[in-house]
Design a protein around this ligand. Structure first.
Ligand code: GLA
Length: 367
């Protein structure tokens, strides 16, 4: 008898370990110009993630704390109008075609110079004023998740080549996997990332200054007064940018430091030590109060750690709470900012016939 039960137990265990995450889809209203928007819910036992076709954005991530109590750990809005009315935070979005900055919105490919729109202190940021974060993507259910697709026409926001992009979000156990693939019809530059703001205590539950962060990077890319990298890969040793040992985000954020002054806190790109070897750790975060942890692994060479310095209490999120400075932090895995103008940085050039692939995995845990 006992043996029989053990067999049944083993079979159940096997089935549950093979179980796929549940995926469902629902209409989610319309954009101001009448385009229908959808929302997908992907859930496994430990994680429920909602993703909308508007900007291929992560709307919510519910993850358990050390007592098993779930909370939504990303910032965002209740509806499309919330996202459409906010052109400065990029909450949860896929940013592109070129995430982060291009100096003076100018770059050259094969001797031809391109000018893309300036939307941030004389530079181009996150693909321009009508970048990928503001497009309605096409969503499709796939095993364990959803695939978001977008065709960006030749000349879209000034960039050459028709770019076809697929971004898949899948939930496996405690991990959210984001896989990116892009192809082009003409040589172009591409830098895609996800711009989720995390608060491991829960969305709207105070600031993230007590979150303990680790970034395995010996160097970072200091910036000029307009947040464009100087081209130098500077050592973090002896600076407030040294997160090689886990340190509270708020411990040094107000130090007298020229770089921190420029970003009003952390808003910089770190050069990841593990780069070049498939998935490597980009960051580990830990909220001591809830016990929640987040581990970020990526195939990308850099991570922009942004401490939500420009949140200023003018935006009200899903739970009716206004987002004050440092209400969430971003870990934007990416190629380095302004790579098209820095030949020594890893290249962001994509040519016809090539496929640009990358992957980032966000794993939620407790300790
Ligand atoms: C990125 C940039 C920041 C800011 C945010 C959005 O992280 O580096 O400067 O623009 O996006 O507000």
């Amino acid at each position: 008898m006992k043996f029989k039960y053990a067999m049944v137990g083993a079979a159940v265990l096997l089935m549950s370990s093979l179980a796929q995450a549940g995926v469902s889809k629902a209409p989610w209203g319309k954009t101001a110009d009448g385009k229908a928007v959808e929302i997908f819910t992907v859930s496994d036992a430990d994680l429920t993630v909602r993703i909308t076709t508007f900007g291929a954005r992560v709307v919510s991530i519910e993850a358990p704390d050390k007592n098993g109590k779930k909370a939504d750990v990303v910032l965002g809005y209740d509806n499309v109008a919330g996202y459409e009315g906010d052109t400065s935070t990029y909450f949860g979005a896929i940013v592109g075609r070129y995430g982060n900055r291009i100096a003076k919105g100018t770059f050259s490919i094969d001797g031809k110079t391109y000018h893309v729109p300036l939307n941030n202190h004389g530079n181009a940021l996150h693909g321009g004023p009508a970048g990928f974060s503001s497009k309605v993507w096409t969503g499709k259910e796939i095993p364990d998740g959803v695939e978001m697709s977008l065709v960006s026409p030749d000349g879209d926001m000034g960039f050459p080549g028709t770019l076809t992009v697929h971004v898949s979000y899948t939930v496996v156990g405690k991990s959210l996997h984001i896989k990116y693939a892009a192809t082009t019809t003409k040589p172009t530059v591409v830098n895609l990332t996800n711009h989720s703001y995390f608060n491991l205590a829960g969305d709207g539950k105070g600031n993230i200054l007590g979150t303990v962060l680790m970034i395995p990077a010996d160097r970072y890319t200091p910036v000029d007064a307009t947040q464009i990298p100087t081209g130098v890969l500077a050592p973090v040793a002896g600076t407030p940018f040294d997160f090689r040992k886990p340190t509270a985000i708020g411990a040094r954020i107000n130090d007298a430091n020229e770089q921190l002054k420029i970003g009003s806190g952390y808003d910089h790109n770190w050069v990841l030590n593990g780069s070049g070897n498939g998935l490597h750790v980009a960051a580990e975060a830990y909220d001591p109060a809830s016990g929640r942890t987040l581990t970020v692994r990526t195939t990308q060479p850099g991570v922009q750690f942004y401490a939500g310095n420009f949140l200023d209490g003018t935006k009200t999120g899903k739970f009716g709470v206004t987002y004050q400075k440092n209400a969430g932090f971003c870990l934007e895995t990416q190629h380095f900012p302004d790579s098209p103008n820095e030949p020594k940085f890893p290249s962001t050039l994509l040519k016809p016939g090539e496929v640009m692939l990358s992957e980032t995995v966000f794993t939620f845990g407790v300790k």
